[in-house]
Design a protein around this ligand. Structure first.
Ligand code: ATP
Ligand code: MG
Ligand code: MG
Ligand code: MG
Length: 490
């Protein structure tokens, strides 16, 4: 059935409430656990129970948990299914039911409640978990051709190097009608190997963790006193599947935000070029993250959670400028995210005034930075154009047009806090190429000069992650960023 986002959420929670689970509220994006930067999964609020450090209040719980995963920041807009902010639907057993019920209910929920055609659901199991494999095959009746064994990287879950852990099993939806594929028609030959990692065909939507082991400091696995169930289903992913849209961003949970940004940019999303669509998706994603982080009390800063927030908001502003949006725009986009937030987190609406004010303040700050940098860049581009093809600092390159010297781009980046991505786009729009090797060389030289004492945490540099770790309270775990396009200065 075609379901709205809120219906997908409610169907999950009702299904498990009907099976003895207590519905509990989402916890804050700022975890109580001081060793974790942000809430990355539904299990986090229950970690003390799983660890046996706190008594269970209920035997079974179900939640829709607000999550932020910074490790997926570079996937946003690039894949169809990754967000920084998303909601994770979960059902949990604290020493109560285990593998068999978790598997059977996951199947019933997926194929009956959500109505996924059974032959379009594939499952993966941990390669050593014959029990899970047998349950899927013999109890549920999944055709063995749709069950894949996978290694520890994908199908063995651990909360960290030590602690509770166990094999997991994931459900994947097959977007492509199976009859198109060779493996169902042996007479056509073997054809390409089917892999669940092919995200043009499959989407992982539900992960069932069978938390039955404890790993000690020596790496030894011993059975836990209680066998637990910890699961996570991506709300936006299930909405994508059920709404028949090509990516999470086009679901009713996010698209109104994307559409608002498109409107402000004077674009028709559907007709916009792919790069513009990607920028709009990034705005749609990051604005949600910013709104919920601000609502949960995080403030922009240059360290820790505040840095994550600032970086997300500045990426929004930069993408907006690249799309040609002039003047203050993040509050208007945020209003749409706030209007959509009621079913996810009723507290957001009450914090709207503060959220909007904070965004406007940060946008004004960063816009001032950008316009200072823009003036410099305009001069540099004029010089590069006047110099024609002779300004490449490295020589050697085969390009023959005007080039923006790497040292200039680095000055903008380092002293003016001007994002490299913006420099590149604006330079290219003016017909000037960026001297990347020259930029890298200037960056390396600067790093060598200042490696000894560095105040600011620059995640765009190698080692930025360990600097951030150093700036955070001891024991804080941080997932990190991938390649970056944004520097934070002054
Ligand atoms: P993927 O392999 O797609 O990155 P994952 O295996 O890292 O997902 P889990 O840690 O198993 O994800 O999280 C449980 C569920 O939460 C996933 O099955 C998915 O539905 C959802 N999910 C995880 N990460 C994201 C994300 N970045 N954006 C949206 N949904 C997500
Ligand atoms: Mg992942
Ligand atoms: Mg996965
Ligand atoms: Mg997973």
């Amino acid at each position: 059935p075609k379901m709205s986002g809120p219906e997908v959420r409610q169907a999950f929670l009702s299904f498990f409430q009907g099976r003895g689970h207590t519905k509990l509220p989402s916890s804050s994006l700022v975890p109580e656990d001081p060793t974790v930067l942000l809430t990355i999964a539904g299990m986090l609020q229950f970690k003390p129970v799983f660890l046996g450090q706190a008594p269970r209040k209920v035997a079974r719980a179900t939640t829709s948990q607000k999550c932020v995963r910074t490790n997926d920041i570079d996937n946003v807009g690039a894949t169809a299914r990754h967000h920084t902010f998303f909601e994770m639907l979960g059902n949990f057993s604290f020493g109560d039911y285990f593998k068999k019920e978790a598997i059977m209910w996951a199947w019933e929920l997926s194929t009956v409640v959500y109505g996924l055609p059974p032959e379009r659901v594939w499952v993966s199991v941990y390669e050593e978990d014959e029990e899970a494999l047998a349950l899927w095959r013999d109890v549920v009746g999944v055709d063995p051709s749709r069950i894949r064994k996978m290694g520890a990287a994908d199908n063995f879950w651990a909360s960290g190097p030590t602690g509770p852990c166990g094999p997991c099993s994931e459900l994947h939806h097959d977007f492509t009608p199976v009859e198109l594929y060779y493996d169902f028609h042996p007479e056509r030959g073997t054809g390409p190997e089917v892999t669940l990692e092919d995200d043009s065909r499959f989407i992982e939507f539900y992960n069932l963790v069978f938390m039955e082991l404890n790993r000690d400091a020596a790496g030894t696995l011993t059975p836990l006193a209680a066998k637990n169930i910890d699961t996570g289903m991506g709300l936006e992913r299930m909405a994508q599947i059920l709404q028949g849209v090509p990516n999470n961003y086009e679901t009713d949970l996010i698209f109104p935000i994307v559409a608002k940004a498109a409107e402000l940019a004077g674009l028709d999303y559907a007709a916009a070029p792919p790069a513009a669509q990607t920028a709009l998706k990034v705005i749609g994603d990051h604005v949600r993250a910013v709104v919920y982080l601000l609502s949960d009390g995080v403030l922009p800063s240059n360290v820790g959670r505040g840095y994550v927030l600032r970086r997300l908001l500045r990426r929004v502003i930069m993408k907006g400028r690249l799309l040609g949006i002039q003047g203050e725009f993040t509050p208007a986009v945020a209003q749409v995210a706030i209007a959509l937030s009621g079913d996810c987190d009723p507290a957001v609406a009450g914090n709207a005034g503060r959220i909007i004010a904070e965004m406007a303040r940060e946008e004004a700050l960063f816009s001032a930075t950008l316009s200072k940098g823009q003036k410099q860049l305009d001069d540099m581009l004029a010089r590069a154009l006047a110099a024609g093809s002779s300004s490449s600092s490295d020589g050697g390159s085969s390009s023959s047009g005007p080039v923006l010297a790497g040292a200039d781009a680095f000055l903008l980046y380092d002293s003016f806090g001007f994002p490299l991505e913006l420099t590149r786009e604006l330079a290219e729009a003016a017909g000037v190429a960026l001297d990347d090797p020259g930029f890298e060389a200037a960056m390396a030289a600067q790093r060598a000069r200042s490696s000894a004492s560095r105040e600011a945490v620059d995640l765009t540099a190698d080692g930025g992650l360990s600097q951030l770790a150093a700036a955070l309270p001891a024991g804080t775990s941080f997932e990190g960023y991938g390649a970056s396009d944004l520097v934070l200065a002054g």
